[in-house]
Design a protein around this ligand. Sequence first.
Ligand code: ADP
Ligand code: MG
Length: 586
Amino acid sequence: MDSPAPSDRQALIRRLLAFIAPFRKQLTLGLLCSAVSAAALPIALKQLTDFLGRARAAGTQTPALLADVTHVGLTIVGAYTGLLLFRFFQGLFLSEVAQRVGMGIRSAVFTHLQRMPLSFFHSQRTGALLATLTNDVNRLQNAAMLLRDGVVLPVQALLYLGTMLWSSLEMAVVTLVAVPLMVGVIHLITKKLRALSTESQNRLAEATSILSETLSAPRVVQAFSAEEREVARFNQANDGAFQAAMRGIRRTSLLTPTVDWIGAVALALILYAGVYFRVPTDRFLMFVAMANLLANSISGFGNVRGQFEELLGAADRIFTQVLDVVPSIRDADNATELPPLSGRIVFEDVSFGYAEDKPVLSQVSLTIEPGEVVAFVGPTGAGKSTLADLIPRFNDPTCGRVLVDGVDIRTVTIASLRQQIGIVPQDSILFSGTIASNIAYGKPGATEQEITAAACAANAHDFIQAQADGYQTVVGERGTTLSGGQKQRLAIARALLTNPHILIFDEATSALDTQTESVVQEALGTWFKGRTTLIIAHRLSTIVNADKIVVLQEGKIAEVGTHTELLATGGLYSLLYNAQQRGLSA
Ligand SMILES: Nc1ncnc2c1ncn2[C@@H]1O[C@H](COP(=O)(O)OP(=O)(O)O)[C@@H](O)[C@H]1O
Ligand SMILES: [Mg+2]
């Protein structure tokens, strides 16, 4: 898997805009509404200062002045009423864009994750992924709002600056010194925020990892009285996130006061210039009010800039950690549909390792004929599961080929390959839902008869019937808890239901007692007919009838033969088998 280097700013911004682009109509409307509504304050101020000028000229209260003030008051209320309506609509439009962008990114991330090969989930910490999916996506959601402020605030600033120049050129000169100073300060303070946000996010991801680990294994934590250690571990990451966040906050908190302080000094200078150049009072007031608004716009823009840096950090993580990761296992460009199989499997000089320098399988060659029942045995860690995982292409061999019915499995579509394989993995996972929906996971439209038949074959029918709601009993998270053996039997039923041509059982009956195991095996016997079946077995007594027994040791095939043949040769198999027999009779 190739994780690209952190993308540069411009590229990031372009890609972010691409997520917003589909909603440019709402966005433009929102921005227009926002710009229009911003005119309310200047209009009111203009009315007010003009009136003050007239009031000063009139000297005393006259009926004409009273009429004038009524008119001014009504104009102000009218302007506000009209313009705030625009603000209402800008809120609606832009919030919709924000929500849609968030929804779009969440869906893109989830969809992309579903295409990732198993190795991706082994190499990535789930906590980091979860943190990215929740925190970072929420941050990106703000892109539309930031875009609004990023566009509207500078426009406002220019508008105010223009009014100021028009009010008094002499006083405006002061502003021309103050504004660049403010912008410079903003740049200095905000430029480190992206790095700080990344650091805080990394620590948060660590905390989320610990959370998801302990949530999935509370039994282990409690059995080893490790609660306090876990709390300490969590708090350390939590505290790290807090420290990094605080460093960012100290910076952003500096922003508004510093900019405002420059504004205050500028105001004093403006005051001086106003008196020195004898600027008329109404223009003077207008100017000061505008200068204040300008300062607000600039410090507001500073905050936007800071948030924008954090947003870029979030976007960078989403792109580099998820969306840009090219799945290493995917359909070839000219992949074809695999026709229905007869089930011959050939491993041709297959080697594989999870890490480059540590081979797990070396030069395995093996042919499995259609309809054969083949057992894989060998010590833990010999590579049995790894070898079986190559057939549905959970991994691709580093050397050699895997063929089904003479076709290299890398030349057919993954979906058409996996549809014909039924897998019962080493650990049985149930999804939240009913027992029936769990069995029908691979074939959502399965009929009741199909589900029952599969459950019967897995010797699960009786215990399912005994549940309160039978097949409709809710299991999984917040559902009825089943025993390990019961879960395993549901997993077997799930694999059988899709009626696959190849069946792979990876220690699929390890959680059953010997008696239940032999009942299940007997029931399965009829299902094995006409299918190629691979059984990875721990208890050797269960596979004595297999057509072929393959003994794996340290990633190599040590022996192949039937039970009788292997016992006769007196190799590794006979050692393992005799040891287990002694264990049973002892
Ligand atoms: N996802 C993985 N990442 C890295 N190493 C792995 C992974 N899965 C298995 N291994 C290693 O590969 C070797 C073979 O494992 P496995 O195929 O599970 O053995 P078996 O099923 O025979 O017990 C072991 O050394 C194991 O540690
Ligand atoms: Mg295994």
